[in-house]
Design a protein around this ligand. Structure first.
Ligand SMILES: *[C@@H]1O[C@H](CO)[C@@H](O)[C@H](O)[C@H]1NC(C)=O
Ligand SMILES: *[C@@H]1O[C@H](CO)[C@@H](O)[C@H](O)[C@H]1NC(C)=O
Ligand SMILES: *[C@@H]1O[C@H](CO)[C@@H](O)[C@H](O)[C@H]1NC(C)=O
Ligand SMILES: *[C@@H]1O[C@H](CO)[C@@H](O)[C@H](O)[C@H]1NC(C)=O
Ligand SMILES: *[C@@H]1O[C@H](CO)[C@@H](O)[C@H](O)[C@H]1NC(C)=O
Ligand SMILES: *[C@@H]1O[C@H](CO)[C@@H](O)[C@H](O)[C@H]1NC(C)=O
Ligand SMILES: *[C@@H]1O[C@H](CO)[C@@H](O)[C@H](O)[C@H]1NC(C)=O
Ligand SMILES: *[C@@H]1O[C@H](CO)[C@@H](O)[C@H](O)[C@H]1NC(C)=O
Ligand SMILES: *[C@@H]1O[C@H](CO)[C@@H](O)[C@H](O)[C@H]1NC(C)=O
Ligand SMILES: *[C@@H]1O[C@H](CO)[C@@H](O)[C@H](O)[C@H]1NC(C)=O
Ligand SMILES: *[C@@H]1O[C@H](CO)[C@@H](O)[C@H](O)[C@H]1NC(C)=O
Ligand SMILES: *[C@@H]1O[C@H](CO)[C@@H](O)[C@H](O)[C@H]1NC(C)=O
Length: 773
């Protein structure tokens, strides 16, 4: 996690065009004065990416890069919701007036809509806490020591003359040399400017001498004090002024303990009690998030401060408030806490000279499992006819990006046009979740029908894509929700008779789509309706279908000259099993208002024909017959006659065409009445031929079982032709060729073609013999 510390630094390239902007929106940048440093906190929501900063003074503008920060006393601390810049009061470009008034001028550069915008800002602080003779700051990225330039010398060996030192320093720095010590080794002295090139900074302020070094420098010494790693830099400044040699010893020492965690769920940090010479027990203060925490508060939060064996140990419970939590994805979702704290130690040496040591640390807990794992909870209530799934509880920094529902991708935020809904549920404890609702009848739901148990298994495979902010690392949560539905009943139509046909109405139900509605073997679609002449309307409320009389799908029964029964059937099939679930059969009686011919699947022809032109003047339809004179009408009135007979009797002729077979007969005035009744003199003007055509393919039973049973009803036709003289002879013989091609009908001649689909139940069958002529 240490690598984060500096991710906010970006080197400003020369010539980079940056828009200048003087004022930042209110509440975005918070500047605070702490005891020993400025704090500039910038809302992450404002900066978008990571902001970067320039330190500004009268000599120029200095981009704060990670290396420059460590050298010059700046620290960038990226936190979950903001970025913090800490600038030491002794940082390189801070204006210092008598170590009491500090002014930091800086530019903050943020990227807005891919354009860099710079804000000129400044902060002025006057710390209330007075400076101790020696102050040491162990920052995250550097060590800084400052000593008062006027120190009384109780041992009396030599009167310190810092004023002289200061003069000498400011006149010609080259006179001053610094010598680093490593273990017992004394290194070659170098000039202060040479040291600065190596990132060691020495400065003289109004009343103090400051030394700062990044960690891990060449002249650092790493040691251990009771197993606690310590980094130390020991520098001696000296100047030779004629015969007087001035020497100042500067030691920067900091604990480099990285932090650890113990079994009790605490993060632990350690530092030697006496990094600097100390006489009495040290005085300790803890600061959290930059604020000093009083002892009772620290105790209340569960912090434990222990001192033994020369080591100070701080234990912070991972659950304690003040830690910043962060989600982390690694195979699964975890969280960790970061504690940004400092320890202030006040030490006194044997001369009662006080040293104040500030140790800043960011402690990170190991990856911890979430208190409650993320689950997709099945809250489905079958009564509500919808799946209900709650995904949660998610920490604040985790968001739902998308969800795949049985493979259908749905990205957030969802449009509200879809039938499923996702709503974000926020809890007061700053967790949140998502509630997903998918109606059972949504096409994404996968259904399976179990025949044994007679239940529907409805499955919802959910794959949630979640991201951790701000780095947007994604992870998935997969869950399969299954529910069983037993009470699914097929839709039921209402049916009504009307003069012109039969009407059906279905009020839509949520699960309608599980069923397939068909007429005969054809699924009911608007296309089928158009082809067959049905009138269909389908809106969100209901489906309405009107089947006009004589359209395909009708069956006819009890045909008389007065009326007949028409039956229309709508089938409902299980879409999954293709099993027939129900049918709505409606039979209505209709008045016979004109001609009709029915060729039933069991091989019977029923004809109602207008014979007004087919009987000779003075004759009546009741005296007509088929080719076989014994086959007279079942009923007749002044103009109409009803014939009903098996196809292959009464002198029918059979004609086999390509793929179909046609049974044909003719209705004519019975000659025996012509002979016996003198008043009938003339021939009838019209011949009336009745015929039924069946598809051969549908008649396979005729050849296998010798039974007439067609898969489909035959197509009937009543064909009229004007009688010619030639017909007078030929009409008496049944072998005469009959013209049945449509072209011969003539436009004036009425014709009716009726089709009917096979009835579901077997309407009995007659055994026929196919007489091939
Ligand atoms: C500091 O900022 C304030 C506005 O925030 C401005 O009025 C003032 O001039 C600035 N001072 C310097 C020295 O830039
Ligand atoms: C502390 O952590 C850093 C990086 O995480 C590592 O390089 C260093 O060796 C660690 N120091 C000690 C003393 O464990
Ligand atoms: C759908 O969204 C639009 C605007 O986004 C809103 O006006 C409308 O009320 C929403 N409809 C429903 C049913 O939520
Ligand atoms: C947060 O609140 C929700 C709803 O009250 C609850 O279900 C959940 O357990 C809480 N989470 C934690 C971590 O306390
Ligand atoms: C979930 O979706 C992601 C991305 O599409 C895929 O990589 C992952 O395998 C999916 N998980 C499951 C269990 O289907
Ligand atoms: C989901 O909840 C429904 C209704 O309570 C229940 O019938 C079903 O078995 C549950 N499914 C799973 C996978 O828990
Ligand atoms: C009727 O409309 C519904 C949608 O409103 C649709 O699901 C159904 O398939 C339609 N039925 C037919 C027969 O077109
Ligand atoms: C139809 O005819 C059958 C006999 O063929 C008879 O039993 C039935 O009552 C008739 N139906 C009607 C409505 O006349
Ligand atoms: C059908 O016939 C009956 C009596 O035969 C009659 O009352 C009724 O009005 C007729 N319907 C139509 C539509 O002609
Ligand atoms: C029979 O046909 C004649 C003309 O060909 C017509 O005048 C008569 O109205 C028809 N009868 C019926 C009942 O349709
Ligand atoms: C002969 O025809 C007349 C009228 O066309 C009819 O009244 C009479 O009953 C018929 N005679 C026979 C024997 O059918
Ligand atoms: C029967 O077959 C013949 C020859 O293929 C064809 O011309 C005729 O249209 C067919 N009739 C019917 C009703 O399909």
């Amino acid at each position: 996690m240490a690598s984060w510390l500096f991710f906010g630094f970006v080197v400003l390239l020369l010539g980079w065009s940056t828009a200048k902007c003087s004022s930042v929106p209110d509440g975005v940048v918070h500047m605070e004065c702490h005891d020993r440093y400025f704090v500039i906190a910038v809302d992450s929501s404002f900066t978008g990416g990571e902001p970067h900063f320039d330190a500004v003074d009268e000599t120029g503008i200095y981009p704060i890069t990670p290396r420059y920060a460590a050298k010059c006393g700046y620290t960038m601390v990226p936190l979950s919701d903001h970025v913090e810049l800490r600038a030491s009061y002794f940082s390189c470009h801070t204006d210092n007036q008598d170590d009491t008034l500090f002014t930091f001028n800086f530019n903050m550069i943020v990227t807005h809509e891919e354009k860099e915008v710079a804000y000129e800002l400044n902060s002025t602080c006057s710390p209330s806490l007075s400076w101790s003779p020696r102050e040491v700051t162990c920052e995250l990225n550097y060590m800084e020591v400052s000593v008062r330039s006027e120190v009384s010398c109780p041992s009396g060996t030599m009167k310190d003359d810092w004023n002289a030192l200061k003069t000498a320093y400011s006149s010609t720095t080259s006179d001053w040399q610094v010598m680093f010590h490593r273990a017992e080794e004394q290194l070659q002295p170098m000039s202060l400017s040479e040291a600065r090139k190596q990132d060691y900074v020495f400065e003289v302020t109004g009343g103090r001498l400051v030394f700062r070094t990044p960690y891990g420098q060449r002249n650092s010494v790493l040691t251990e004090v009771n197993d606690v790693p310590v980094e130390m830099v020991h520098a001696t400044l000296f100047s030779r002024q004629s015969w007087v040699v001035l020497m100042v010893d500067m030691v920067a020492a900091c604990s480099k303990f990285n932090g650890s965690s113990d079994d009790a769920g605490h993060v632990v940090w350690k530092t030697p009690e006496a990094l600097y010479a100390s006489l009495d027990t040290t005085q300790l203060n803890i600061g959290l998030g930059g604020e000093r925490v009083s002892q009772p508060v620290a105790t209340e939060r569960g912090y434990v401060l222990e001192m033994h064996n020369g080591i100070i140990q701080i234990s912070i419970p991972t659950s304690s408030e003040g830690g910043r939590r962060k989600s982390f994805v690694r195979d699964n979702l975890y969280e960790f806490y970061t504690f940004d704290f400092y320890l202030e130690q006040i030490l006194e040496d044997e001369d009662r000279v006080e040293t104040r040591l500030w140790s800043h640390r960011m402690l990170t807990t190991p990856l911890l499992p979430l208190p409650l794992p993320v689950v997709a909870e099945n809250q489905t209530d079958p009564e509500k006819r919808a799946f209900s799934v709650y995904l949660g509880d998610l920490p604040e920094d985790v968001e739902l990006m998308a969800v795949q529902i049985n493979g259908h991708e749905l990205t957030m935020p969802t449009s509200n046009t879809s039938t499923y809904t996702i709503t974000r549920v926020v809890h007061p404890n700053s967790t949140h979740g998502y509630s997903l609702k998918v109606p059972f009848n949504d096409p994404v739901v996968i259904y399976e029908f179990s025949k044994e148990d007679a239940v529907y298994r409805c499955e919802l495979g959910l794959n949630f894509t979640l991201i951790v902010l701000p780095e947007k690392k994604s992870f998935y949560h997969f869950e399969t929700i299954v529910t069983f539905l037993t009470d699914i009943s097929p839709p039921v139509f209402d049916a009504f008779c009307s003069d012109s046909g039969i009407s059906f109405k279905l009020d839509h139900q949520p699960l309608d789509y599980l069923w397939e509605i068909s007429v005969g073997s054809d699924p009911l679609t608007s296309d089928l309706a158009a082809r067959h002449g049905y009138v269909m309307s389908n809106d969100s409320q209901s489906l309405q279908l009107h089947a006009p009389l004589f359209t395909p799908g009708y069956r006819y029964k009890n045909i008389t000259l007065k009326g007949f029964l028409g039956t229309f059937e709508i089938l409902v099939q299980n879409r999954i099993t293709s099993e027939l679930q129900s049918s709505t059969v409606k039979t209505c009686s209709f008045n016979t208002t004109g001609e009709l011919i029915v060729c039933s699947t069991d091989g019977r022809m029923v004809v109602v024909a207008n014979l007004s032109q087919a009987v000779p003047s003075g004759g009546i339809p009741a005296r007509t017959s088929l080719r076989n004179r014994n086959c007279g009408p079942k009923d007749a009135d002044d103009t109409m006659a009803l014939f009903s007979f098996p196809l292959n009797v009464c002198g029918s002729s059979i004609k086999i065409g390509k793929g179909n077979v046609t049974y044909q007969n003719e209705i004519s005035y019975n000659k025996k009445y012509v002979d016996n009744n003198d008043s009938v003199v003339a021939e009838a003007p019209q011949r009336v031929i009745v015929q039924c055509t069946y598809h051969l393919a549908g008649l396979h039973r005729l050849f296998s079982a010798f039974r007439f049973e067609s898969d489909t009803a035959g197509a009937g036709a009543i064909v009229r032709t004007a009688r010619t003289d030639a017909d007078v002879q030929s009409s008496t013989t049944t072998t005469a060729a009959v013209q049945t091609t449509p072209a011969a009908y003539g436009p004036r001649i009425p014709r009716m073609l009726l089709r009917a689909f096979p009835p579901r139940q077997n309407l009995g069958h007659s055994r026929v013999q196919l007489n091939m002529i």
